[in-house]
Structures are given as C-alpha cells and as structure tokens.
Write a protein of this length. Sequence first.
Length: 579
Amino acid sequence: MARKGDLKDHHFAHKGSPDGSPCRTGPETALHKFAKEVLADRLELVLPAYGLTDGEEEWIGYAGGVYAFDAAVLESRLGEIIPDVIVRKGDRDLLVEFRVTHECGPEKIARIKAMDIATIEVDLSELPRDISRQGLEEAILKIAPRDWLHNPKLRNGEAYLNERRLERQRVFRERAATLRRDYAKACAEMQDDDIPCRAHDEAAADGLGRAVEIEVPGFGCFLVPPCEWQATMLMETIEAVLAGKMRFMTTQGLLGRIERKGWVRKGFSGIADTLAAAVRAEGTQFATPLEAVSTWVSVLSELSIVESWDFKGRWILTQGTLQSIQELRHRRARPNLRMDEIQKDVKSVLSDLPEEELAGFSLDRWAEEPLPGREYSITEAVHLDGPEFDRIRTELTNIDRAIRFSPKINIDLMGLPLAGKLARRLEEKRREEEAREVERQENARRDADARGAWIISDAQIGLGIEGNAWTDAPNEGLGGRSPVDAARESAAGLVEATKILDALLRQRETDARKTQVAEKAREELRRKAAKVHQGQYLDLYLNTGQPTLGGKSPSVYSVDEATMRKCVELTLVGGKRRR
C-alpha cells in the first residue's frame, strides 16, 4: 500500500473512459492541483529567457532563471479566463498555465494578449509515470519545458531594436555617401596619374599583354592601376604553378595577395554587398575589390587563359597557356643557354691542352670572330634555327671525338688551338697501328699453331701411328697441300682437313665392319663346306674359282651372309661328300 504523498504508486495515472477517450477529471485534476499547490507553497519558479533579435542586433529582456514571488492565487477568474495560478511580485502579476494533456488554446491566448498580462505555460505532459514527489516538484518549478505565451515587455525590445535599426540606416546612408565620394576621387586620381606598370612588360613578353590591361569596374578601390595588380597576380600565379607550388587559384586568394601587398585603398576592404549596392544606387560604376578581381578572372576565362576547375570557385591555368608561356620563355632564353652549352663543350675539348698551347686564346674573342670557312660567328650562330645550330654544335662536339678515334690531318678544328693535340694523336695512332699489326701477326701465328696442333691431334687419335704420316702427306682434296699446312693456313683450311679426316675414318670404320661380316660369312661357309669336303679338298673348294660364281672362288664370293647362302646353294647343295 502506498504511503500518503508518495507519488511513485502512479498517483497521477490516467484512467480512460469506456469509449477510449482520455479522462478529463481524475488524474489531470490531481496533477493540476498538485502543480498549483506546489507553486503556491514554494512561491518560486524558473522563468524562461525572453529577448528579440534584428540581424546582428539583440535585445535581452530577461536572461532566464529562478524568480521568487510574494503571493499566489489559485484558479481565480480574471476577466473571461481562469488561469491555473496567478503569482504576484509587488504590483505585477504573472499568469502560469500547466499543460497536462492539452496546450493552452488559441482563444485563451488571444484573451491573455488582449488583457496584456505576462503569461507562461509549463509543459508537464511528458513526465514519467513513476516520477518521485521530489522529482515532480523539481520538474514543475524548474526542469519541465516552459514558454512565454505573452510578455508585454517585448514591446520595449521592439522599440529598442527599431531605434537601433533607424540609427544603422542613417549611418549606412552616410557611409555609402562617403564611400561614393571617396571612390570618385580615387578613380580621378588613378586616371590622372601616369603610373608605369612594372609587371606589364614581363607579362607581355610571355604573350599575356591582353590579359593584364583590363579596366574592370571597381578599379578605383586599388592603389595601383589594373595593369599592375593584374600582371603581378597573373605572373606570380604562373611562377607558382610552373614550380609545382600551386595548382588552383581563387578570387578570394588573389584578393588576399593584393591586400597583403597593401594595394587596396583604406576603407574599401571588406565592403558588404548591401553597401556596394547603395554606392551604385545613384549611377556610380562601383564594384568591390573582390568583384573587380572576379570580373578580371572571368575575362581571363573568356580569353582561354584560365578555366573553371570545380563548383567551389577554383580556377586553373589552361594547358594551352602554360605551353605557350614555356615555349616563349625557352625561345628567349635559348641564345644564352646555347652559348653556355658551347662554352662547356669548348672547355671540355681544351681541358687537357698544355698551357703553352692555350696561350693567347680567348673564348670570348673566338666566339665573336667568324668561324673558318663560314660567314657567321658562334655569337651569331646561337640565334640560328634549331637544325642549323644543332649542326654547328654537332660539328664542334665531334672535333674531340674525331681527334680521339679518327684522327686525320685535314680535320676542321673550327679555329680552336687543337693542332698540337691532333699531331700528338696522329703519332699515337701510328704507334697503335704498328703495335696492333705486331699483335695481329703474333695472334695469327698462335692461331695457326693451334689449328695445326688440332688436326695433328685428331689424326693421331683416329689413325694411330699413321696419323703423323697422313697430316704431313700432300692431299688431293686439299689442292696438293698437306692437312697440317691447310689447317695452319686458315680456319677454313682446318675445316676442310677435318672433313677429309672424318671421311677417311668413316671409310676405315666401314671397311672394318665389312671385313668382320665377310670373315663371319666365310667361317660359316667353311663349316658348311666341311660337311661335304674334307682335308685338301676343302681348301681346294674354298679357293678355286667357280663358273657359277662368276669365276670367283667361294671364299672371295662370300662377303656377307646373303652371298654366303647363295654360294652354298650354287656349289654345295646336292653335292657328294668327298674324303
């Protein structure tokens, strides 16, 4: 059983009607009653803050917090309404409405506003059903959501904000008028001053003169003419991109760089769009510094110098622009680069000359004088077309290569003091050729000896003791030369001698095999003949020519098994045995 005053036993639980509609009496009345009694007993309540804003202006009527009251009146009729609680502080009243199931309706709020009495509503509809008594009191007085339904003091805030608004408008008009006069004066000064554009020549040399002579709206906001800040910004961007330090640019980033150089007039930085519009209202061709930079970038885009990269307002230099700039710069720098290359080539060629051969030679004077047999000097040659210059440089660099590897008396030294070096190299080449000839002859002798030893070794292995006689004897197949002489003469002679030796060895091997076969056949013939002939008749039979054998004796006729069998068939089959 719940104790008296213990709210954990669902003291304010709602019981529905049989038709399912919410109860309008019991629980709601109990929670309302408890809330009113708590407020009347404690006489303090957290009030929500209230205030007003107008743009950046703010008026705070009350910051919010616990507010103590002198007295409270419960459910007392006030005109056409009956507030839940009327709390009083001095001579001021505050109406407090507690929301349990329904918020305060629009008709009641309208009557409250008509009476012009401050009123708040405390929302108790979301309280948990098992909340403790202490928790419920805290929710009612401090924690539960609460809002102002009406507060007469807001009129003070509206009056304050309106006064501030009028003051801002006055200041705004004055500032716009001042800015308009200052801008007109700045434009006149800019047009009167003939200020040289220091960065313009550099941009023009890169083919970008048309991109840095754009008179954009807002040019009077700057302390330097458009050609100055446009050329500077464009060339700095190009240098950063070529150096790999930057890829994108933005109008904000460009303006920031201009401002860091101190080129934006005082008072024209950070102008709001509304103020800029007010300056233009009377026909002044005005634009903020950011708008001026944006207009210039848009023109660069139309000229295909830059192109939009993404929706974030980032721009990049076009590939065509970068390629054109690099080509122009290379063309300008090419003569100096070529002269540096030639000087390095000449110094390399002359680096190993003795001092006495360099005496009186001046590289600069040599470059200024016409080359021997030509109508131009090196100083003039560096300005020639690519193929012409490449040919001259190739000729120059080939001098040292020709002296080193193909020295000739008539080499074109192109006016360089290389006669002594050429003479020394010619003498070195003569000695080298002599040494090479001696070495060649020695190598030829060693090769001949090796080839001769090779054929002798092969003959000894193949022919045994007959090998030496065969290698030294004249051979028809070698044109009457001996095998050893043919081998020593050339590699081809060794090949021919080896072929003849191989053929001889193959023939001897064939003959040996035939001899073995013939001996085997004759042994078999003798065995078979022994069955017919005995003693001296056997030898007489074997060695006597037979007409049936073409006049050959059986021993001579039988050279293999086939001839042996035929011999037996022709001379022994059917024969009588002789003793």
